[in-house]
Design a protein. Sequence first.
Length: 177
Amino acid sequence: MDFIKLTSFISPARGYAAGPSFEKQIWPLVLNNADAVEKVYLFANSYWSGNKGSFVAGEPVSSNIAEIGPLEWLSGKQYKEIKDRSSLTGQLNVMYRIASSHKLLPQLFELWPRPGKLSNHLADDFGLKKGEAVEFASFVESIPDTYVVMSFGRNADPLYIFGSTVGLKRLLDQKNF
């Protein structure tokens, strides 16, 4: 499973750059492009905390992944929950399906201090349990090539963009990274 990782982490010695603020930059950009997010998925992995009401109410995709609908259709309560799970407590708890050609993606790239790079999950540990990692990889691989899945690490850094190798390379080529 290939992905693009956008992070403000510079190096162990330097730590994190002044990366984008989830509250002030990332979340408003996502909301302003809510039409881009055709489906929102919740992943009740081992990082999930608290109530599973939204997960249970969603349409099951697999044992720990449920679809809750397009971003534009969500209620105010759901917006708050996915915002909090994306920025405060989650690790891949919320996944956003976006057409790989949508303008939101290049706009997100511009927020990070360093360009994204193409990576592979074998070289990056997401901190998921083995069964969760397999379920997550199967889910991402089931997404059509014309889409990507965007998700945040704990505390909204890094931003991961998962998809087909061809689609991800095309995204990076658009930005000349």
